[in-house]
Design a protein around this ligand. Sequence first.
Ligand code: GMT
Length: 380
Amino acid sequence: MNIGIVCYPTFGGSGVLATELGKALADKGHNVHFITYQQPVRLTGFSANIFYHEVRVPTYPLFDYPPYETALASTMVDVVKNNNVDLLHVHYAIPHAAAAYMAKKILERENRFIPVITTLHGTDITLVGRDKTYAPVVAFSINQSDAITAVSQDLREETYKIFDIEKEIEVIYNFVDLKRFSKRPIDAFKKVIAPHGERIILHASNFRKIKRIPDVIHIFKQLNEIIPSKLLLVGDGPERPMAEDLCRELDICDDVRFVGKQQDMEEIFAIADLFLLPSEYESFGLSALEAMAGSTPVVASHVGGLPEIIKQGENGYMAPVGNVGQMSQYAIDILKDEKTLHHFKANARKQAERFDIHRIVPQYEKLYERFLHSFSLNVV
Ligand code: GMT
């Protein structure tokens, strides 16, 4: 198959998932055409059947806001026509589903019928998408997609609650490549972070408000008073300066390290003892799944799709949003002795196996085949 994938090229979960999906499809022999404004961060190395098409957005003095959506739709048309693309799979509804609808309509006028599959990732529905400046276009373009998938059952339900969706939304869970997360901890790295054998606590995100970074820091502070630990903060974003101030205020700077955006998350998860994700909302929580794949238990908020991957008291714990005291107590419970920690780590890895890439990617392939078949029969 020749598949066009449209996504954000950044460190965000939807872009990471879309890139990993494209790479996995290419490994299985499909030709994959990434269409985005920058080379996706996880698209490294060379693969004979992966192609990257950059969306160029020319500027003009008249444009305070260069029209990305128009440039994207035009690039989609061009890529489909020149590469015999069979279908377009867009990740994150805004603005990708609307641009895909436009491209589809243009191609239809040339008698080319291209199925559009939209994968909803979370904030495209629950936060940004529902904003009334975007909502009508989001709802319309989702409804115009030939297939809609959501990354969790919760996101599926939320989408039906927020928008008037006339079609079936299929749940295809996010996945992780377990093989990649099978690394043994690098002792030298561990020693640098925790020189006296302290527990290593990890948080990785885009440091946006929805991630509740102050909760991460307060949970760590309470935990560190009982169990000597180090906090590793991976990623960057608008909340970082505030987070640095808070660490100074709480006098915990010696135990906290901000390491910025990182590529080799496998090595970081391998040395971590616990992952914290006290978000306001997570449609799925791909970082939590990656942590589990690296045998790291998770303490998180009981929200969104997280209960679909975290099993209370088995591979982690969840507490109500903002209940920092409960979350730090759970962290202490997991980290209190080697035997308990080992048990949680083993269960985390076992749970991640349910979401292995080899189980999930065939679900997308099946979906593609179904729509290609229907389109060739003209029954959609
Ligand atoms: O919130 C983020 O980290 C970014 C955002 C994105 O679209 O890149 O993540 C959303 O999609 C991820 C991949 O499907 C999910 O794992 C995240 O839970 C989801 N974020 C939210 O729902 C807040």
